[in-house]
Write a protein that binds this ligand. Structure first.
Ligand SMILES: Nc1ncnc2c1ncn2[C@@H]1O[C@H](COP(=O)(O)OP(=O)(O)O)[C@@H](O)[C@H]1O
Ligand SMILES: [Mg+2]
Length: 387
């Protein structure tokens, strides 16, 4: 059941407070989008798609102030680094909708989840557990809706034909059930799945997307990713209170107006807990990442989800620390390949981290990648089409 909304949604208060505290810069384009998100927040305070779906009793006593008319969501597009994710996450943190009814997810991960669920249903149909004529896409939409009716997608993009071919049906079901969608993307709706195979079958999705979401461009000149920590300051050594203070300072500027909190990320049935996350930034200790049984798939999922990664307390690695060292090598490869900005505190310079041991050869690649990642101008900017 949606909570009562305050007069001026917390979103604008939070944005103004972060500007007043100097944590973010005032930006007219962001303000305009924030006001649209605040307006949607206000309308969602009075929206409950599940009203009237419960039993007779709950329908009888449902407060009449609620409506089942789904408000139009918002599709925010624009160049990377304009603050789309920050604004959507600020909305997600402050929207007066119970946590159980809202979900924030990277669109790629969402579609992986959808395909997994469709696969499961088909397997159950083949085993005769589920009625074979049921439409798996409609069934998945129903399950997703029951799970959360407010969906916030980060980095909405369609490049894969298997996604493109089911999106229209999936979202028609979701929208007709009462789902409200907010999304960030680097391209406007009509540029999704550009030049894709069988694009004609995809175009109905663009129509329903534009019908169910107001499309707004965030067009500021400033790429705020370039304003964050860069160059020598992103590698803080040696360890100690000064290093921790420097990391905390850069962390605050990286999270902008957002509040950092622990975040579970779904790794295909397994859940990895991110100790501190906010928007496209995350913070771990070396121990969190390399002294636990994590592997390449985990590091890739982290690198896909976050654009800035903070790692505290990277130690000097001993020859017998083979597992930790191998994990660290794999982690840096994932961050490098996904062009993630790395901010780290360490016991020494990259070249000093692994003085000797069986992985010396491989670690050479890690050192050169860490050196490249600490240079001004890392990461090499991805243009809109590439992400
Ligand atoms: N107005 C601002 N002032 C300072 N930093 C900002 C501002 N807006 C966004 N940022 C920071 O810039 C980085 C990129 O923002 P993000 O929301 O990820 O952009 P996008 O999703 O458009 O690529 C983040 O670290 C964010 O905290
Ligand atoms: Mg983003």
């Amino acid at each position: 059941m949606a909570q009562a909304a305050s007069s001026s949604p917390a979103l604008l208060d939070r944005l103004e407070a972060a500007i007043a505290e100097g944590r973010i810069k005032p930006d007219a384009g962001q303000r305009r989008v924030a006001e649209k998100l605040a307006d949607l927040s206000r309308r969602l305070a009075h929206y409950d798609p599940r009203q009237g779906r419960g039993g007779l009793f709950s329908r009888l006593f449902a407060p009449r102030t609620r409506t089942t008319e789904a408000p139009r969501g918002l599709y925010i597009w624009g160049e990377p680094g304009r603050g789309k994710t920050m604004l959507m996450d600020l909305f997600f943190e402050t929207v007066p909708v119970p946590p159980d009814d809202r979900r924030r997810v990277h669109f790629h991960a969402f579609m992986q989840d959808v395909h997994r669920r469709i696969h499961d249903i088909r397997a159950k149909q083949a085993a005769g557990i589920i009625w074979e004529d049921a439409d798996p896409v409609a069934e998945v939409a129903r399950i997703l809706f029951e799970d959360a009716w407010l969906l916030c997608f980060d980095e909405f993009q369609v490049t894969d034909i298997t996604d493109a071919m089911i999106l229209a049906r999936l979202f028609d079901h979701l929208f007709s059930l009462g789902t409200v969608m907010v999304a960030t993307s680097n391209v406007p709706p009509d540029a999704l799945y550009a030049d894709g195979l069988n694009r004609g079958l995809f175009e109905p999705f663009i129509l329903s997307l534009c019908a169910r979401c107001e499309v707004v461009a965030l067009t500021g000149e400033t790429d705020y990713r370039l304003c964050g920590p860069s160059g020598d300051e992103v590698w803080v050594a040696p360890l100690g209170p000064d290093a921790d203070a420097a990391m905390d300072r850069m962390w605050l500027s990286a999270i902008g107006a957002l509040k950092a909190q622990p975040l579970p990320i779904d790794l295909g049935g397994r859940v990895l807990m991110v100790p501190r996350a906010a928007g496209s930034a995350a913070r771990f200790s070396f121990a969190d990442l390399c002294e636990r049984p994590l592997g390449a798939a985990d590091y890739l999922a982290i690198a896909e989800r976050f654009h800035v990664l903070f790692i505290d307390h990277i130690p000097i690695l001993a020859p017998e620390q083979r597992n930790e060292t191998m994990r660290f090598i794999t982690l840096v490869d994932a961050l490098y390949d996904k062009r993630v900005r790395l901010v780290a505190s360490a016991a020494g310079q990259p070249g000093e981290l692994y003085p000797e041991g069986p992985l010396k050869g491989m670690f050479g690649r890690t050192v050169s990648r860490l050196e490249e990642m600490r240079r001004t101008g890392w990461p090499p900017l991805r243009d809109a089409a590439e992400t």
